[in-house]
Ligand binder design. Sequence first.
Ligand code: PLP
Length: 361
Amino acid sequence: MSNKLFIPGPTEVRKEILTELSNPQIGHRTGEFRELFRSLKPGLREIFGTQGDVLISTSSGSGFWEASIRSCVNNNVLHAVNGAFSKKWSELSEQCGKEAAKIEFEPGKAVKAEEIDTVLADRNFEAFCMVHNETSTGTASDLEAVSKVMKNHPNTLWIVDAVSSAGGMKIDTDNLGIDIALASGQKALAIPPGIAFAFVSEKAYKKAETVKGRGYYFDLLKLKKMYDKDMTPYTPSIPHLYALKKQMARIKEEGLENRFNRHKEMASYTRGWVKKNGFEMFSEENCHSDTISCVLNTKNIDFNNIKKEMAQIGYSIDSGYGKMNEKLVEEGKKTTFRIAHMGDLTLEEVKELTKQLENYF
Ligand SMILES: Cc1ncc(COP(=O)(O)O)c(C=O)c1O
């Protein structure tokens, strides 16, 4: 028996989606493939809140981290760093040979728009990267506030990691004026890991035309050229595309707004449960994520042990983001644990999990 996943990715994948992975393969240069690819476009546009292109890569989301940096940055990029993933992305930019400046916010704090505005007013950066939903800390930043200040800096591309929010939280890409919004399939979209998506604006494509050394596999211009022909530049994981097609149909049936509301409901229930059980949220007030709750382990409960015991009875849970907890211990602070409530999980399933957890305290 496999465990039910309450971890922040990969998330629980429903059986009917898993079944799609076993469809017979088709050639990726056939009409049948193009029809399949074309059928995925409207649902992705809706999820990303755009009329534009949402590119598909059958890599994980980090592929689009690299694609956005290599394709759209010649020299310098500003990263907001407020947790483990935003930090990793800034390191990736350095590893791609770019100057990656960082504006840091304490873990658990959201990205502050005014501070971004000040830094960008002081110095020109080709792009500004931020993580919408910091999975390591359960913190969601206010995209509307950042959108307002990004309007003051039209020469800077705005690149948003929506890896653990897309499909679970609203991202109004066109209205916000985001240039690249990227996401992974194995989080709130609840499909198996190995597929990623990125909305790319016309402005970002234009910028890419000026960038040298975009590489091959993650060149956004190559992906775009083939996207327009309903294909990918190289052989994609066709099983993932079938899984995505099924999930798009399920999301349509549920209704995107209902899906967002289900996430809100699960998050709100979890926060109530946290309080009722004498814990505190790690994320700052009014910036709690709808897809993942990061909890301060105020009671010093041994979550590593609970994690092991829960695994014995069929639940995969998370005992907090490893490196962050290590640092908190070093600083003599309390550690965290996380409850993921994303993807296709229901409120009833989250209640089932929290009831089991209560046996340990
Ligand atoms: C916010 C965020 N960004 C990026 C990543 C990396 O995504 P992937 O593992 O799909 O490459 C993760 C993974 O957990 C994440 O949570």
